[in-house]
Every structure is written in C-alpha cells, then in structure tokens.
Design a protein. Structure first.
Length: 278
C-alpha cells in the first residue's frame, strides 16, 4: 500500500473508532451505514475535495451532501478529523449540550445541507450543481446515497434531470451494501441491474470496491475527468465494515453496542490500526 493510501486507511479506521464511541456514548445512532461509507468519505475529504476548514463557506469550494442523513456518525467524525471543529466536541453527539443531532444538520461546521428524509439530499446536491453553472463557478458536488434510498422515486427524477442538464460536475456515489433497515435490498425492492439502469438514464457509470482507497481515488479522478455527462460511482461495500459482529448484519443499521461489544469493536479497530502502521 502506498503512503497516501495507507494514510487514508488509517484515517478511516480512526473515524470508525470515533463513530462507535459517539453512538455508544449517546446510546443511539446508526452505525451500519456509517461504517460502510467511511472509506469513501475519508477519500473525498482528505484527497479529492477542494475544501478549506478555515474557510468553510468559500463560494468556490466543492460541496458534499450526505443524502442518507442518518449516517451522521460518519459525517461528523470525518469533519472533526479534517479540522472543521475539535474532535472533543463529538462527545456531545445527540446531546442537548452540543450541536450535533442524529441526522446531518447544516448548523455543524463543514456541512453543506441538512438531510434526513431519504432522496431529498441528492436532489439538493443536484440543485447545487446547477447553481455552479448559473454562477459561473467550477466547483464539484458529491452526494452519498444508500442503496435502500434509491427505492425512492425522487432519486430517479433527480437522475433524469442530471442527464438532461449534462451536469458533469455532479457525482452521486451509491453505497451498495445490500442491506437496509428491515432486510436485504434484493428482497425488499430489487434494483438490479443497477449499472444498466443508470447507463440508460445517461450516466457514466464507475463500479468499484468501496473499501479500496486506491479504487475510490481513481474513480473520483475518472468522474472529474468525464465531461458532458454526469458520473455515478457504484461502491460495493459491507454494512458495518471493520467490526466483526456488525458486518453484513441487518441489525447493525441502528445498533448500539453493549459494553462487551464496544470493547470488542475497539479491540478489533486498534488491531487494524497497528496492522496498517507496520
């Protein structure tokens, strides 16, 4: 693993630890989908996005929308590590003492849009991408959606509009972990063949392993280089990635680990940190 990718992997591992600490302390939160998209988020915020934590409202910054807004533990842990606010503030997640609720809110430094109701976030991202052209700016707009979220019809209205307006600065990323709140996506509402559907909607489709930082980085670079059409990244992931008892479990969606599980999760992620540092 080259040094850049190793650093991203270490950052993602640290963010996973922070997310689990947040949910454990608050006794509430969504870990499964937060852990599955962590590698994508760290690559975006620590490699690809044009952002400055010292100037979070820079009009020329790239934008990001966490369309699956319940995955706030991932969003907030990455923003804290990137320097938008002190890591210590994460202890007040879902607390009246802090400013971080269970869904992503724009009141938190570094957040570009409040989200929660599934499918609305990606539509906000589409509007931002349109706004870049209207204001003669060159920023890019990214959004992460869950693969359960794309069962919402509004997502596909958004995708039709993105193709119509040739929004090559718009890049949705679908976290394809195969699970949602109450079962597998294949059982609840199959979306396969997803790649073919998105191509039919006019997208340039890139399929990757959503836990391989080199593949994520290459996909983001490819999307940025693709002109005239929007790009979508289909990231195959594992729900609950990084923690053995959470991986590929439907129950990981909103699970709060008990004391023994929390200790095991920290032990496993600490072991991963030592492995990566070798």
């Amino acid at each position: 693993m080259n040094p850049e990718m190793k650093k991203l992997a270490l950052t993602a591992n640290e963010a996973r630890m922070l997310a689990i600490q947040m949910v454990k302390r608050a006794a509430s939160g969504h870990l499964g989908g937060s852990l599955s998209c962590m590698d994508i988020l760290t690559t975006l915020y620590f490699r690809n996005m044009r952002i400055d934590p010292a100037n979070p409202q820079d009009p020329d910054r790239d934008r990001f929308v966490m369309s699956k807004g319940h995955c706030s533990p991932a969003m907030y842990s990455v923003l804290a590590l990137r320097g938008f606010f002190p890591v210590e503030e994460l202890r007040y997640y879902r607390s009246i003492k802090g400013h971080m609720s269970g869904h992503v809110e724009k009141s938190v430094p570094g957040v570009d849009a409040s989200t929660g109701s599934l499918s609305q976030g990606v539509s906000v991202a589409l509007g931002m991408a349109l706004g870049a052209g209207a204001s003669n700016r060159s920023f890019r707009v990214y959004a992460i959606l869950g693969d359960g979220e794309i069962e919402e019809g509004q997502v596909w209205e958004c995708f039709m509009a993105a193709a119509k307006y040739h929004l090559d600065n718009f890049c949705p990323i679908i976290d394809v972990n195969g699970l949602q709140l109450d079962g597998s996506t294949a059982q609840i509402m199959p979306t396969a063949p997803l790649s073919a559907k998105l191509k039919a909607f006019g997208f340039h489709v890139i399929e990757i392993d959503g836990h391989d930082h080199a593949q994520i980085a290459a996909a983001l670079d490819e999307a940025a280089a693709t002109k005239g059409v929007p790009s979508v990244i289909l990231a195959k992931t594992v729900k609950g990635k990084g923690v053995s008892f959470l991986e590929n479990q439907v129950s990981s969606h909103g699970k709060v680990p008990n004391d023994a599980e929390y200790a095991l999760a920290m032990q496993e992620l600490e072991a991963k940190r030592r492995e990566l540092e070798v």
